[in-house]
Design a protein around this ligand. Sequence first.
Ligand code: GLV
Ligand code: GLV
Length: 320
Amino acid sequence: ERFQVFVTRNDMPQGGIDLLKKECDVKMSSHPSTMPREELLKAIAGVSGIFCSLTDRIDREVLDAAGPDLKVIGTISVGHDHIDLAECKKRGVRIGYTPDVLTDATAELTMALLLSTSRRLPEAQHEARSGGWKSWAPTWMTGPGLAGSTVGIAGFGRIGQAVARRVKAFNTKQILYFNRSERPEAQETGAIKVTFDELLTQSDFIICCAALVPETKEMFNKAAFEKMKKTAVLVNTSRGGTVDQDALIEALQNNTIRAAGLDVTTPEPLPLDNPLLKLPNCVVLPHIGSAAIETRNTMSELTANNILKALKGEPMPAEL
Ligand code: GLV
Ligand code: GLV
């Protein structure tokens, strides 16, 4: 008998869906978007596997709705703050995720956001398109350069380290990192482990690549912004929850820090009346860190392979 797997949206990259269909009965949401909760709860009754994304909250209610045949949750993401890991473990439900395959794409996007924010690309393009570009001007549209600067990285996992390797190529003076555990791999980029306070006070650019866990929740708060240089630029490509967003809005409005570049916000999507979307010193992107075409297909295939292995009771390529 073939296992039943439910896919929580109908626009997952095809690679993984094709793999699943070879071996399982695949049922799929009819929505190219996050499923309404009630519909999701009904649709997963009796399935053995769920292929989900970071926009699906996988909690006790979902696990109950799926029932005792559920063996595996496969999320097409490296982040897993949307999944109640403890509850899954308790029930013997295995969890697959997609580390490594999105590291380069996310590090690339982080560099793009860092440069867009510091060198004010969205503002500058707006000027070019709207007639604000009158002539070349020596102090117009200037922003801080990376060369010679100190860059601090909060969260020095796979993505943080990949960002460090790229940052190093921009002739920065030094790279600092804050991480709960020591990272011997830091030697490759000469990154120096510091306390969070040192990261805040010494960095010209601060990049958050830290997974959202209780210890990192709103680590960038009012007190943190006050410790940062007034000229500092903050970039966040991890999860919106690592930043106290109201405190960030205030810090940007009062020039407590210079600018922020966010690929992640609270909530997502960010409501159109949110001040972050109006501030000239803030660049907001719609959570596209891993959105390189090939990367997304590889993530889909890895998610499917995680699910297929778990259903057979075998080791998964990437299990939490
Ligand atoms: C994206 O944010 C991911 O966790 O993969
Ligand atoms: C987790 O966010 C990682 O660094 O891959």
